[in-house]
Design a protein around this ligand. Structure first.
Ligand SMILES: Cc1cc2nc3c(=O)[nH]c(=O)nc-3n(C[C@H](O)[C@H](O)[C@H](O)COP(=O)(O)OP(=O)(O)OC[C@H]3O[C@@H](n4cnc5c(N)ncnc54)[C@H](O)[C@@H]3O)c2cc1C
Length: 403
């Protein structure tokens, strides 16, 4: 029997694609999942809470969160955006909440509820979900496609939707059907350094704007930062790793990170220091700091890195010591020498080339009846629910475009 649609991959984009396709009139929809469990990434996402979208509703701002795919998503989000995803889940019975920073989670804080919702809707719609069905080969035939599944099972489909996420097998299948693959590289990781000067500050989060620049202004971001045992992490570092994913990979993760701890110019810092020095001459530099935003341990670590004596009083701080301190606070360099552990979220940058996809439908321009959605494409976002949003959007558009 030939199915209207066979979906390869039971993740976020596969479920959204299947549910939309069947509600749009397709009669027989099958999801083939290679492992024993569907929606496994949804389960582990957001630290088990699943940050399933973001409240950012303005499409021109929303696309800024995608280092790859920004242009293509502009049109896609006009079809199905963050507010549509929010309403979609609420209408399917999943209660959602928006956090202060705009991230959207299930009200229960449990990713299991997102899975239950998607599975229940898929079941009610009549979608057949077959696990332990790793698709090994796809061949184009006159009526559609033949699929060979591990264990020598065969499926036939009029349309296929490849939603295999960052798994290499999906890219291989796409390549054999004529698609170009943009080399996959990791995105959303922390930075490691072998420099020791901030070791005593490990575990400190600076929840203020910190200005960071990688490789001489190639990428520049401001936001909270976390000092780790091995280097730096936090939202702003993950964002930098995402925008710099490809060039950082090319340079084997050797980069120069410049930190402006004060998020102000040298001149502004000098004015504040001069006044403080004048008013606090009798006090110890190590114990009294003019910048409240800097935790004491970081202040001391920076002073130690300049070999400033811990008994020095503000009145005795020499001009050259003061100037080095200003530089250290506003232009502090660290040599990054490797990619650190991943944060809460990890995605692949790279995948099926966007040039070969019709972004009105998510159909391949090379092979009729072949559709793509989700992370298998060369599209990825920063943390904050943007990666799932792309999955819901591309899955929804693909599901709506099949006949
Ligand atoms: C730890 C972690 C936390 C994350 N947290 C968040 C978050 O909170 N918010 C957010 O927006 N994003 C998050 N992400 C990113 C998000 O999970 C992914 O962007 C998203 O899951 C991609 O969905 P997808 O449907 O494209 O692929 P996937 O969810 O990866 O699903 C692909 C499926 O295809 C199956 N498959 C692969 N090859 C085959 C084959 N040949 N045959 C059959 N099946 C196959 C796989 O087993 C898998 O089940 C997180 C990622 C990680 C790793």
């Amino acid at each position: 029997m030939i199915s209207d649609l066979v979906i390869i991959g039971g993740g976020a984009s596969g479920f959204m694609g299947g549910i939309t396709a069947i509600s749009n009139g397709l009669r027989s929809v099958v999801i083939l999942e290679g492992t024993s469990k569907v929606l496994e990434k949804v389960r582990i996402s957001g630290g088990g809470r699943c940050n399933l979208t973001n409240s950012c509703a303005e499409i021109s701002n929303l696309v800024d969160n995608y280092p790859r795919g920004e242009k293509q998503l502009l049109g896609l989000f006009n079809q199905f955006s963050t507010t549509d995803a929010f309403d979609w889940f609420q209408k399917k019975g999943l209660s959602l909440k928006v956090e202060k920073d705009g991230r959207v989670f299930p009200s229960s804080d449990s990713s299991d509820d997102v899975i239950k919702c998607l599975r229940a809707v898929a079941k009610k719609s009549g979608i057949k979900v077959v696990t332990n069905s790793h698709v090994k080969q796809i061949s184009k035939i006159k009526e559609g496609f033949n699929l060979l599944v591990k264990g020598k099972k065969f499926y036939k489909a009029k349309n296929i939707l490849i939603c295999t996420g960052g798994h290499p097998s999906g890219r291989r299948l796409a390549k054999r059907l004529g698609h170009t693959i943009i080399k996959p590289v990791p995105s959303l990781f922390s930075f490691s350094t072998s420099e020791q000067s901030l070791k005593s500050c490990a575990g400190i989060t600076l929840d203020v704007q910190i200005k960071l620049t990688v490789n001489n202004k190639n990428y520049s971001e401001a936001g909270p930062i976390l000092i780790t045992h091995k280097g730096f992490s936090g939202p702003v570092i993950l964002r930098l790793s995402s925008f710099g994913a490809r060039s950082l990979h090319t340079n084997k993760y050797n980069a120069k990170l410049r930190i402006n701890w004060l998020c102000m110019s040298e001149n502004e810092a000098r004015l504040i220091l001069d006044l403080y020095k004048l008013e606090n001459g009798n006090k110890l530099v190590f114990n009294y700091k003019p910048f409240k935003r800097l935790p004491r341990s970081l202040w001391r670590a920076l002073l130690r890195s300049l070999n400033i004596n811990c008994q020095l009083k503000w009145a005795d701080l020499s001009k050259s010591e003061k100037e080095s301190l200003i530089k250290c606070l506003t232009i502090n360099h660290y040599l990054i020498n490797s990619r650190g552990p991943f944060g809460d979220e990890f995605v692949t940058a790279g995948g099926v080339s966007l040039k070969e996809i019709n972004f009105k439908t998510m159909e391949s321009k090379i092979c009729k009846g072949l559709f793509f959605a989700g992370e298998v494409l060369d599209i990825d976002g920063i943390t904050g629910g943007f990666n799932f949003q792309h999955c819901w959007t591309s899955g929804w558009v693909a599901g709506n475009s099949m006949i």
